[in-house]
Design a protein around this ligand. Structure first.
Ligand code: PLP
Length: 391
């Protein structure tokens, strides 16, 4: 019997963070006091009214199969939210509710990619974009943004990466890991390339609710010229602290709905109805709770950036959104994997090596601020001690 996995999946890159995460598990099992700043799971509990609504819906019998694209109440509410908050006109029929942002991205990519099609990934990029592209038979092409140019997205970089096989661009705004929020100029750069090369834009906007200071969130689909070429991907995981619920959605041009809807139906049947019902309450009634969590992340980010920047050889740009910081650290010529291992061994703090987000980020690490201030403070103290250790 041939027990080889599919050829396509043999090309699936192994997680670059796996060895660090395995080590975290081992050290914890051995009884070490590890502070894990490598994850992306909010430390907040889901706002109570969302939990109450899910309980109520379950007791009322919303425990059966429902429409595979989502319950009308939630799709209507999402369409309303996109219109009022983002200035984007999607009809409810253009919305598909999924079990989180990841499946929404999968459905989006599977709907448009033919074998060998190329998809531009703007690095530094979240670790799952490339594997998701590979899983649907596409080919990820990296566009590496330059840290010395504030990770600015230029038309030149995009143009240089396009070929006749380019089908789409995935953009994550606000960005994980850098925390950058795209400027109007960058929006226009993107729009020009997307239109000139006749591409589809996949806009991963799962950190929409987490934007700081004077920066404002703008949905890519609201940019004139992009409205009919954009697949918007959203999730309740981050802003609403609902990672474990598995609730997200995609909003897409009507021409793509039949294919996407078919994939969703055969893949998932539907997203659990009681969770969708809770999603309605999340959108309608949890605005204050979401804003409260945002304000706490804002404080923590200030605390972390200020602390890190006073450590010699650490340069930590201030994020404009999301809940990560992505400092560059020059320490004993260590690359990011060596540095992450060192911080784990020496400081018992787990961080994500920059290389996980693109091969150019050799001296960066990603630190998650989705942790209590007390734990962050202790982690920073330990990191400082490790980075200023004399050998
Ligand atoms: C940029 C980005 N997109 C999508 C996701 C997927 O989130 P979920 O599947 O929990 O909705 C994540 C999770 O970390 C992320 O960072």
């Amino acid at each position: 019997m041939d027990l080889q996995s599919a050829t396509m999946l043999q090309a699936l890159p192994e997680s670059k963070t796996l060895s660090i995460l395995n080590k975290v598990t081992r050290l914890k099992q051995e009884g070490h006091d590890i502070i894990n700043l490598a994850g992306g799971d909010p430390d907040f509990n889901t706002p109570n009214m969302i939990i109450v609504e899910a309980e109520k819906a379950m007791k009322l019998g919303m425990t059966h199969y429902v429409n595979s694209n989502g319950i009308p109440e939630l799709r209507n509410e999402i369409a309303h939210k996109l219109k009022i908050e983002n200035g984007v006109n999607y009809d409810p029929s253009q919305i598909i509710v999924t079990a989180g942002g990841k499946p929404a991205l999968y459905v989006a990519l599977k709907s448009i990619i033919n074998p060998g099609d190329e998809v531009l990934v703007i690095n530094p990029a979240w670790v799952s974009f490339e594997p998701l592209i590979t899983m649907v038979g596409g080919h990820a092409v990296s566009v590496d943004l330059n840290p010395n140019d504030h990770f600015k997205l230029t038309k030149e970089l995009l143009d240089a990466a396009c070929t006749e096989r380019t089908k789409a661009i995935i953009v994550n705004n606000p960005n994980n890991p850098t925390g950058r929020v795209l400027s109007i100029e960058e929006f226009h750069n993107l729009r020009d390339v997307v239109i000139e090369k006749d591409l589809i834009l996949i806009a991963d906007e799962v950190y929409e609710k987490l934007v700081y200071g004077t920066h404002q969130f703008t949905s890519l689909a609201s940019i004139p010229g992009l409205e009919n070429r954009t697949i918007t991907v959203q999730s309740f995981s981050k802003g609403h602290a609902m990672t474990g619920w598995r609730l997200g959605y995609l909003a897409l041009p009507s021409e793509l709905v039949p294919a996407a809807s078919n994939i969703q139906g055969h893949l998932a049947t539907c997203t659990p109805a009681f969770i969708q019902k809770a999603g309605v309450v999340a959108l309608k009634e949890a605005k204050e709770e979401v804003e409260y969590m945002r304000s706490i992340y804002d404080k923590r980010i200030n605390q972390v950036v200020t602390y890190l920047n006073q450590i010699p050889n650490v340069n930590c740009p201030h994020p404009e959104g999301a809940f990560y910081v992505f400092p560059e650290i020059k320490f004993r010529n260590f690359d990011s994997i060596e540095l992450a291992n060192y911080l784990l061994d020496e400081a018992k703090v787990a961080v994500t090596p920059g290389i996980a987000f693109g091969s150019s980020y050799l001296h960066n690490i990603r630190i998650s601020c989705a942790m209590s201030e007390r734990e962050l403070e202790e982690a920073l103290r330990r990191i400082e001690k490790a980075l200023t250790k004399i050998v």
